[in-house]
Ligand binder design. Structure first.
Ligand code: SF4
Ligand code: SF4
Length: 429
């Protein structure tokens, strides 16, 4: 990397150090509780994975640029400036061993939001050219082609047509004046495309109008994952422009925890204005249909012993804890909670861009041992979730550990148990 890029990276970190971050560094009491909350530490025992340690480069910039003693030591040449070699060495801690799951933030007794700090630190890494290759390439594909996996509108059209046929529903793309605009993650187009058919079935059943845009279908915000607010802003604006053009009332984040955080919580701040529409996760929409009496399920509930994996971004950032459980209650009769369920759930190990990073594979499979012990303690035969990144990671982890546990999508499970004879009848049925 050039010295100029390094200088820009340090400047980007300086710009990211806002009042909360400065206060977090000031208030850390070095209790180490965040370490025991992070699966990368608990499953490896390696102190380098202590969450607050992961943001050490940001702390150095804060100390050197914003504290009296730090500035003095820097002026006297008594403290080392950050170098390319430092950031190269730190890349693994910032990108491979942090899923931005927020468990450390939730446990910190002085309220330090370490996940927020890692997110900010990634901005400096991205500007100085130290973001991982996988994330950088995925972000470029999202900007240029429209999706991190390079999926084009033509592929989407084919998948949607095939799911419309399979589900027996009409799915009209780019339809103006409808209530809902559904976003999709790449995984839901290429691997888990039954999700599209399941949404179609539920929407028909509930009598709701909806569409998918061929101009802005991708929900994954790779800008946030790599740490580029400029790219993140561009991707949010793309969705906003399409939602406004189509005049929808609600944009639906698909089964993706990270996409939900990006579009719902970070989006308005990134573009600097409130949306003229609402944003909801698909599970929130389904739970609203339930509350409005628009979901009618048949009597044949799923009797397999199953549990629920809470995606970190849904529970800790989004507070969406009860909605999936109310929906599961409609269609299952042998549901069992994992230990530490809900806001204290343990991450799958693949979020925050970690699963797009090939180098991180051995580490994320190692730390899956935490999910394995959660599952072993309850003996569930299936695990339902509401995030396709989790779904992918859970399947990989279960295979690695030779565990025979099925992974299911909540939307797909619910669609399976709808009573077709009462479709579109609303609360009257
Ligand atoms: S839990 Fe909070 S106060 Fe304790 S070491 Fe971690 S960041 Fe510092
Ligand atoms: S956000 Fe999650 S993965 Fe990242 S340091 Fe904190 S606990 Fe660990």
């Amino acid at each position: 990397m050039s010295a100029l890029n390094m200088e820009r990276g340090v400047k980007a970190m300086m710009e990211q150090i806002d009042a909360p971050i400065a206060s977090y560094f000031n208030s850390c009491v070095h209790c180490g509780l965040c370490a025991d909350a992070c699966l990368f530490y608990t499953e490896t025992g390696d102190p380098k994975y202590t969450p607050i340690h992961k943001v050490e480069p940001l702390r150095r910039v804060w100390r050197q640029e914003y504290t009296f003693w730090g500035k003095l030591m820097s002026t006297l040449g008594l403290s080392k400036r950050l170098t390319d070699a430092d950031l190269d060495a730190w890349q693994e801690l910032v990108y491979d061993s942090c899923t931005l799951c927020g468990r450390c933030s939730a446990v910190c007794p002085v309220g330090n939001d370490i996940a927020y700090m890692v997110r900010k630190l990634r901005e400096g890494f991205a500007v100085s050219g130290h973001a991982t290759e996988g994330l950088t390439e995925a972000a470029i594909r999202t900007v240029n082609i429209g999706s991190p996996m390079g999926i084009k509108a033509e592929t989407l059209r084919k998948m949607v047509a095939s799911e419309a046929k399979a589900s027996g529903s009409d799915i009209e793309l780019d339809k103006p004046g409808v209530e809902y605009l559904l976003m999709l993650s790449s995984a839901e187009i290429m691997q888990f495309h039954e999700f599209i058919g399941a949404v179609a079935k539920v929407m028909d059943h509930a009598g709701a109008t909806w569409t998918i845009s061929t101009e802005a279908f991708e929900a994954t915000n790779t800008g946030i994952q790599m740490g580029s607010s400029d790219i993140a802003r561009q991707l949010v604006q793309r969705v906003v422009d399409v939602a406004e053009k189509l005049g929808v009332k609600t944009v639906i984040s698909p089964e993706c925890g990270h996409a939900y955080t990006a579009i719902r919580w970070e989006g308005p701040n990134l573009i600097g204005q409130a949306y003229g529409f609402e944003v909801k996760h698909i599970v929130e929409v389904l739970d609203e249909f339930r509350a409005q009496g628009r979901l009618h399920l048949d009597d044949s509930k799923e009797d397999m012993k199953l549990t629920f994996h809470d995606p970190c971004q849904m529970v800790r950032r989004g507070g969406v804890v009860e909605q999936p459980r109310r929906l599961l209650d409609l269609c299952t009769e042998n549901f069992v909670e994992m230990p530490d369920a809900g806001v204290w759930n343990w991450c799958c190990g693949g979020g925050g861009g970690v699963s797009t990073n090939e180098r991180a594979e051995p580490l994320r499979l190692k730390v899956f041992s935490r999910k394995k012990s959660q599952l072993d303690s309850i003996g569930a035969k299936a695990m339902v979730t509401t995030c396709s990144t989790c779904r992918n990671m859970l399947e990989e982890g279960l295979e690695e550990y030779g565990m025979e546990v099925e992974v299911l999508s909540l939307t797909e499970l619910l669609a399976e148990y709808l009573d077709d004879s009462k479709a579109g009848k609303g609360a009257e049925a």
